[in-house]
Design a protein around this ligand. Structure first.
Ligand code: UDP
Length: 326
């Protein structure tokens, strides 16, 4: 049995990875300050309430639970907030990882799976995006994630950490049994916002931009089911535990859905048309983002199984219906 310290394990992707770890007999220990995560999403192992920027909090967790590896999710993720509060993002997302790596070194733990993002590419020169695309993030959020990738490479080059940087495209969906799902506050993501509008909660959805150079004028994104992401994390963890020193991989599906296609899929799954108003473009939105999966397939054996848009929305709807009581 492998014990894994999961920072940010009370959040959306983190909680699903904990569930997947427990399902195969591993032991997730959640380390979370609950600034954005939810205590009710910690169900598959202990919760250590702590902050990644606190050396005493981390040392206590490592000493008490003796993890074999770390999966790191704890970070600020809301792009607009990062533009307003860059210092907060650099402190938590980057200084937090310096603190985490130092604690791992003190505890003699080397394997680290890091939750990165396609935001490291900014507006890519070509799609689908391969890992060798130039790295030109256009947001504070993307720059902090890229800085951590560079930090990991530097520390790994002197043997201090073995890491996997997983660049997610649009994480979505929910546990198919409806037990856990996406619960951000405020919610900025398209699928939960469209489901909310369909359910008549919180008014009409804002659709940001219909004048992009895409097949229907709305932005195209590569939505990937959180359960498929979980499989990739387990595969990356196993590689690191068996000695792999460094890997970086895109996690998406290789194709995308436009905002209007998502709204249509929400209607077909729920039977309810989400009411929306067209608004101007949202700052920093690239027209099309989708992942080239060649590398993820080769190194992680990654093959999305639940990431068609209807399955993603069906699973998300099952969770939200219960959470919202609709
Ligand atoms: N979007 C939208 N209305 C919303 C939320 C998102 O029109 O309430 C659009 C957004 O402009 C982008 C796409 O949906 O084109 C996906 O946005 P999301 O925030 O879910 O993910 P991102 O790609 O920004 O990480």
């Amino acid at each position: 049995m492998t014990t894994v310290l999961v920072t940010g394990g009370a959040g959306f992707v983190g909680a699903h990875i904990c569930k997947a770890l427990a399902a195969r007999g591993d032991r997730p220990v959640v380390f979370d300050n609950l600034s954005a995560g939810h205590e009710h999403a910690v169900r598959w192992g202990p919760l250590v309430r702590g902050d990644i920027r606190s050396a005493p909090d981390l040392d206590r967790a490592f000493a008490e639970h003796r993890p074999d590896a770390v999966i790191h999710f704890a970070a600020n993720i809301e792009v607009g907030e990062g533009q307003r509060l860059p210092l907060r993002f650099w402190d938590n997302n980057v200084a937090g990882v310096v603190s985490l790596l130092a604690a791992m070194e003190r505890a003699g733990v080397a394997p680290l799976v890091f939750s990165s993002t396609c935001a490291v590419y900014g507006e890519p020169d070509s799609v689908p995006i391969t890992e060798s695309e130039s790295l030109k993030p256009v947001s504070v959020y993307g720059r902090t994630k890229l800085a951590v990738e560079q930090l990991l490479a530097d520390v790994a080059s002197v043997g201090g950490v073995r890491y996997a940087a997983l660049r997610y495209f649009n994480a979505a969906g929910a546990s198919p049994d409806g037990e856990i799902g996406e619960e951000h506050d405020p919610e900025t993501h398209l699928i939960p916002n469209a489901l909310k509008a369909a359910a008549g909660i919180g008014g009409r959805m804002k659709l940001f931009g219909t004048d992009y150079d895409t097949r229907d004028g709305t932005c195209i994104r590569d939505y990937v089911h959180v359960m498929d992401l979980a499989d990739a994390h387990l595969a990356a963890l196993d590689l690191l535990l068996s000695g792999t020193r460094a890997l970086t991989a895109n996690l998406g599906t290789g194709h995308g859905a436009s905002v209007l296609e998502v709204l249509r899929a929400v209607e077909s799954v729920t039977g309810l048309a989400p009411p929306y108003d067209v608004h101007p473009r949202r700052d920093g939105d690239a027209p099309i983002l989708s992942a080239d999966l060649t590398h993820a397939r080769a190194v992680l054996g990654f093959e999305p199984k639940r990431s068609d848009i209807e399955t993603i929305i069906t699973d998300a709807w099952r969770f939200h219906k219960r959470a919202w009581g609709v």
